[in-house]
Design a protein around this ligand. Structure first.
Ligand code: F6R
Length: 611
């Protein structure tokens, strides 16, 4: 969590840093702050920080003349210490010469802090970060990178640190362990940030730092070392989307824009996957056919909405490949010591590629010699780099905290991976694989059609927006989407929402249903749909207000639906890609009708890099 920016160049640093923070605010919005170094006149290091959203910091900066072409900035998701002004970053040392921003948690900070206080340092915040500023103060003898390296070696936990020193007008130093830090390589200027969105307005050439590396950023160039100070080579990559992709483009919220971008995002993800020989190609995976044939078991690990995509993947892989699949939350996986070996495929699904629980699951799986494949949207992310193979969804940047188009592209990805495994293992012949792929290729147009029908769903969401509890029911392939619909509503509208398998409700949850309780039932055509019609009757008999999502032309549900949301027909296994859309629209509209900010729901941050 937390967004970090560093800049050195010729432009006014405050503008560059604030622009970067605006793009990173989705990572945390408990407080924000900047430090700008002006080398003229002996060097002034100005630090301004404010609790609350970035707008509070911008208001505090308004009218102030802060010049300088070197700066760092931070937008915070609070861990140690309440979200107050004094806990906001940057933090400074006793002399005020060093300013530092930090993402992560320093686990041995209490002991470090105690030592510092005994040695006479005065710490003024409750954060773990401030201790690092004072430690650098102790180690600094004119060589800032050396001081940072020496301090990093003593820190336990996860961190990205970006540091500036008043005596170093052409130097920003960054360091990383377990969390993302990307260098933006410009011409006469260079950038550091938690992700590339912060600097793509200036450069699209980037380099991701590896574990325990320290970067020295100067106007003239970038040098990366390990913690011993040895220079290390690394690869740069080109970001193939531009600033327009990270703008709201006339929408009130990123989330609304990202929902509309879904047809294009799916087209990008599935495009170019059929080779001249008519076979499905996922070249980037570079797994040998022999390895694929050797898999005896699959685990899918993920968190939150990505976990729901994984649940859909289970249905697809089991159906097409006849391989047993378990889907597990990243936060649970490694703690129960699952049975893994070289014949186990572990698929880690993560939009950000940085979710701490999923990353730890990847590490655990690799230690146990399992074969790890990442499905992620983020090039160069930790999960991508630490996996044996990567399937990149090509969804473009997702800025809204609630995941929409990323989930949609993850669904495309799990279907493609399922078909690919089936093709290589020979459990489906090539004609059948091609036919399923062609069905998948029709989905972008069908999503466009669903999007064009959403007025009724929006109105319904506004009408129901005073409700405090909504249930979501599904069966079979509809069940993961019931979970997703409930999660979206919880996180955006702060109402109690539960997703359940419809067949289970008579074992307890049906007691929740009272006169007028809104229940969304995902009843598109599939094998269990007739049983679902019975479930709808059961809840309606107990007073539920039924909102039924059904396939065009299916009249079996009509008598039992208080509200109908119609979707075009598609193959039942692919139906989650259509069902998802009204659930997203419903949750967003419901929350907006309650006056809530759907891009930045309370207490959340997009990239959950703490356990
Ligand atoms: C919900 C949401 C989260 C993420 C989860 C995993 O809308 O966005 O539940 O899906 O935090 O994040 P990634 O996919 O980045 O690992």
């Amino acid at each position: 969590m937390c967004g970090i920016v560093g800049y050195v160049g010729e432009q006014p640093a405050l503008d560059v840093v604030l622009e970067g923070l605006r793009r990173l605010e989705y990572r945390g919005y408990d407080s924000a702050g900047v430090a700008v170094l002006d080398p003229s006149g002996g060097g002034a290091l100005t630090v301004v920080r404010r609790a609350g959203k970035l707008a509070n910091l911008e208001a505090a900066l308004a009218g102030r003349d802060i010049s300088g072409t070197l700066g760092i900035g931070h937008t915070r998701w609070a861990t140690h210490g309440a979200p107050t002004d004094r806990n906001a970053h940057p933090h400074v040392d006793c002399t005020g010469a060093i300013a530092i921003v930090h993402n992560g948690t320093i686990e041995n900070f209490a002991e470090l802090r105690e030592g510092l206080e005994m040695r006479g340092h005065e710490l003024t915040s409750d954060t773990d970060t401030e201790a690092v500023a004072h430690l650098i103060e102790e180690r600094y003898a004119g060589d800032l990178p050396a001081a940072v390296r020496s301090v990093c070696a003593e820190l336990d936990g996860s961190f990205v640190l970006v540091v500036t020193h008043r005596e170093q007008p052409d130097l920003v130093v960054g360091a990383r362990r377990n969390l993302p830090l990307v260098v933006g390589i410009g011409d006469g200027e260079n950038f550091l940030a938690s992700d590339v969105t912060a600097f793509i307005a200036h450069t699209r050439e980037a380099r991701a730092l590896d574990q325990d590396q320290v970067v020295e950023l100067r106007r003239s160039g970038v040098r990366v070392t390990d913690l011993d100070g040895a220079e290390v080579e690394g690869e740069t990559f080109h970001v193939d989307w531009d600033t327009a992709a990270a703008e709201k483009a006339g929408y009130d919220y990123f989330m609304l824009k990202e929902i509309q971008e879904q047809p294009a995002a799916v087209s990008e993800t599935i495009g170019g996957r059929i080779g001249a020989d008519g076979r499905l190609r996922l070249d980037e995976l570079s797994i040998s056919d022999e390895d694929v044939r050797g898999f005896e078991k699959v685990f899918i690990v993920a968190c939150g909405s990505s976990y729901h995509s994984g649940l859909v993947g289970k249905y697809a892989i089991e159906r097409w490949c006849r391989l047993s699949v378990e889907v597990e939350m990243g936060s649970e996986f490694r703690y129960r010591d699952p049975v893994l070996d070289r014949h186990t495929l572990v698929i880690a699904v993560s939009q950000s590629g940085e979710t701490a629980d999923t990353l730890e699951a990847v590490r655990h799986a690799r230690q146990q010699r399992a074969w790890v494949m990442a499905i992620t949207n983020t090039v160069g992310s930790s999960i991508a780099r630490e996996s044996d193979a990567v399937f990149y969804t090509r969804g473009g940047p997702e800025i809204a905290v609630a995941s929409t188009k990323a989930v949609m592209t993850q669904l495309s990805a799990v279907y493609l991976v399922g078909l690919y495994l089936a093709q290589v293992r020979g459990t489906r012949d090539s004609d059948e694989v091609r036919s399923h792929f062609h069905d998948l290729a029709t989905i972008p147009a069908l999503i466009t059609e669903v999007l064009s029908r959403m007025d009724g769903t929006r109105k319904l969401a506004r009408d129901l927006s005073g409700e405090e509890r909504v249930l979501f029911l599904g069966r079979h392939i509809g069940y993961p989407m019931a979970l997703e619909g409930a999660l979206k509503l919880k996180e955006l509208a702060y109402v109690s929402a539960e997703g359940m398998p419809a067949g289970e409700i008579k074992h307890g949850p049906i007691a929740l249903i009272d006169k007028g309780t809104p229940v969304v039932v995902l009843a598109t055509r599939h094998a269990l749909q007739p049983k679902l019609v019975t479930n709808i009757q059961e809840i309606r008999a107990r007073g539920a207000r039924t909102i039924v999502v059904a396939t065009d032309g299916d009249e079996s549900v009509t008598p039992y639906a208080d509200h109908l949301i119609r979707l075009p027909d598609t193959k039942s296994l692919l139906s989650p890609m259509l069902t998802l859309v009204p659930l997203q629209v419903f949750a967003a509209e419901f929350a907006m009708a309650r006056g809530l900010d759907v891009d930045q729901p309370r207490n959340l941050a997009k990239s959950v890099t703490v356990e």
